[in-house]
Design a binder for this molecule. Sequence first.
Ligand code: AMP
Ligand code: MG
Length: 351
Amino acid sequence: MRTVVQQLDRKNLKEEDFFVAGELIRKGKLVAFPTETVYGLGADACNPQASKQIYLAKGRPCDNPLIVHIADIFSLEKLTKEIPEVAYRLAEHFWPGPLTMILKKSDIVPYEITGGLETVGIRMPSDPIASMFIKASKRYIAAPSANSSGRPSTTRAEHVIEDLDGKIDMILDGGASTIGLESTILDLTGEIPTILRPGFITAKQLKQVTKIIQYDKAVLNRNKKLTVVAKAPGMKYKHYAPKADLTIYEGSSKAVIDAINREAKQQELQKRKVGILATDETISEYLYGIVKSVGTRENEITITSSLFERLREFDTIGVEVIYAESFDGMKHGQAVMNRLLKAAGYQIIKV
Ligand code: AMP
Ligand code: MG
């Protein structure tokens, strides 16, 4: 299969830009598209055959459900039932935007996309390209992140090409995703709204609307051996992993820099290729290895938006070991650390 890449000019988006992509979706084909979080791999959510192709192209386990992307609030009422009042308030505050709500599914949602569950995740993305694409398709769009299962998510069309070229029909290229981390997932099917996956929208922000909120136990887990069962089926799988062995160092900035310098030196003596994930604040302090800044702690979106890209770059260079600083304590620290800990297989060293 040839994958067509269509370049889009964000300053001048026209309805006709989405004719072909929309038509492909109606024919049951796969189209990758940018969202403000990461690139999604889209298919018609109500066409089980089409969504099956998503699982095949990504190599995604079939019990890992897909989030359905919508472009208007009426779609929420079509796809779900018994919508609690808090869902409307959350939608008003955070949609369009990086929040996925888990609700009871209606009959039009096939079990093939929910991994057999009676619930479905719904999100209304804010990226105008995503929104125009969904509207042009005249469908609801089931879309997981547009990466091969297990690899870091994709935040540029080039990353989608790396993973899925020849496996999907089209990629809409809208440049880099602004946020760079997947949506916050909030389960509204229980008594207390429960965060199943941290994202750019923080618990504190959500709590202003829901009043009460809790985390699924698996979200707070920091141990390699997952002893609690994750409520979001996808959270139990290996995720975001670069090819290299990644370790996170946690402690005071000076202690982390010293420890990483010591380890990196040892690795280089053993002729191993080392990558270091630093920040603008610390990059000049590292003395060994290939040092890359993920952004500045002064402006956290620089970090969220480039985390996956830096991990992919280390893959391309072929480093064997990566040492990363910890991002705990930042406003978006929970979302960043959730991805980084998984990428590291929970290897974290306190110094
Ligand atoms: P991705 O689309 O790659 O960002 O992954 C979607 C995430 O949402 C996975 O971790 C899924 O397990 C989770 N998810 C989607 N639908 C549901 C649902 N109905 N219940 C719980 N988790 C869900
Ligand atoms: Mg994913």
